[in-house]
Ligand binder design. Structure first.
Ligand SMILES: *Cc1c(COP(=O)(O)O)cnc(C)c1O
Length: 365
């Protein structure tokens, strides 16, 4: 028998979550976000599951897009950070990629290159995130330069939200206004319909005004809520990743005895400790504090002591009949990665995305 740690990816759950995104915003087209290996779920398999259902896929960079092309994915792929150097532009075009253009520097490269045919551009406007994007004041002139270039085909105007998970907060409406004001002169002077893209998962779920021509859902496809609280829509999301291992040892300890490195957890009562074959070397967060829930045979039991590289210890004193070989679920359908992340001072996005190669990944459905 081999070491029992694995992640199981439910591709049907991802399709269902995507359908939910599409049902919420039936007027919009969907760019499925499969960057960072589909948030650790496997970009090729996830993209294959979603391709029939969405208009476009998106990743961070050309290298990620080429992996999809080499594996037979055919839909257009948007590069969220655009190209990093001019030489990438021709390869991007030849591989049916579309480019986010977020800086003056990228504009210069695009205008200088000699492309065989024009490429589609997503002009990103910085409306308050202050990470990527041209300033609202530059929109008109850069749009005009793009329109005039023989290298440019269709242009989508896009922005990204900094705090859309803050439902009812003041920042998202400010960004929406800023975007609308920045692009209004273009809408007023262009004869074609100006295409827009604003919503990530949080905006799509919580801010109806952001559901425009193209939505860019990411985390919700994987069944994780972008919000700290459940709401009516996120309760229908199905977590697609199940992170599992098994109990490989059990012992009883007396009051006052400690568990794990640093002796940080001490038994306050005679206790039964189950040792699970999973640790930070498998992607379980070392920052998870004592008390973090683990599902053993479907029941919650608290983590006891520090997370080791290959092992964790769980206080199963209150669970009946725990045996070697019993299943332990670290996160999945009945225990959200968001909840575990909260115990570890991080977010579900990080936990699922940084799963190491060491952990076998199985696909179902
Ligand atoms: C990652 C990303 C998204 C998806 O965000 P989620 O919060 O995962 O839905 C959308 N747009 C851009 C520009 C991104 O970088």
């Amino acid at each position: 028998m081999s070491r029992p740690v694995k992640i199981i990816i439910d591709l049907a759950a991802i399709q269902t979550n995507c359908r939910l995104a599409q049902t919420i915003a039936p007027q919009s087209k969907t760019v499925a976000v499969v960057k960072a290996d589909a948030y650790g779920h496997g970009s090729v398999e996830v993209a294959k599951a979603l391709e029939p259902q969405v208009e476009m896929l998106t990743v961070s960079c050309l290298e990620e897009a080429l992996v999809l092309r080499e594996n037979g994915l055919l839909k257009p792929i948007l590069l969220l950070e655009g190209c990093f150097e001019q030489t990438e532009l021709k390869i991007a075009l030849a591989n049916q990629c579309e480019l986010v253009l977020h800086s003056q520097c990228q504009l210069e490269q695009l205008l200088k290159v000699n492309l065989a045919s024009p490429i589609n551009i997503w002009l990103k406007v910085d409306t308050g995130m202050h990470r990527l994007g041209i300033s609202p004041q530059e929109v008109e002139s850069i749009y005009a330069a793009l329109t005039a270039s023989k290298n440019v085909n269709n242009i989508v105007l896009m922005t990204h939200f900094a705090h859309a998970d803050h439902v009812g907060g003041a920042f998202t409406p400010k960004q929406i206004d800023c975007f609308q004001n920045a692009i209004q002169p273009i809408i007023d002077t262009t004869s074609q319909k100006v295409q827009r893209s604003m919503a990530n998962s949080a905006a799509l779920l919580a801010w109806p005004q952001t559901r425009v021509d193209w939505n860019r859902p990411g985390i919700m496809l994987y069944g994780l809520s972008p919000f700290s609280e459940l709401n009516d829509q996120t309760k229908h999301l199905k977590p697609a990743m199940s992170f599992e291992s098994q109990v490989i040892a059990i012992r009883d300890i007396s009051v006052g005895e400690s568990v794990g490195y640093g002796c940080t957890w001490t038994a306050k009562r005679p206790s039964t400790i189950a040792t699970i074959a999973v640790g930070y070397g498998d992607g379980y967060p070392r920052g998870a504090k004592s008390g973090t829930p683990v599902l053993i045979n479907g029941q919650r039991a608290p983590l006891a002591g520090r997370v080791s590289m290959d092992l964790i210890s769980v206080d199963v004193t209150d669970l009946a009949n725990v045996k070697i070989g019993d299943t332990a679920i670290l996160w999945g359908k009945d225990l959200s990665a968001n909840e575990v992340a909260n115990w570890a001072g991080t977010i579900g996005y990080e936990l699922v995305t940084r799963m190491p190669k060491r952990v076998a990944r199985l696909f179902v459905n």
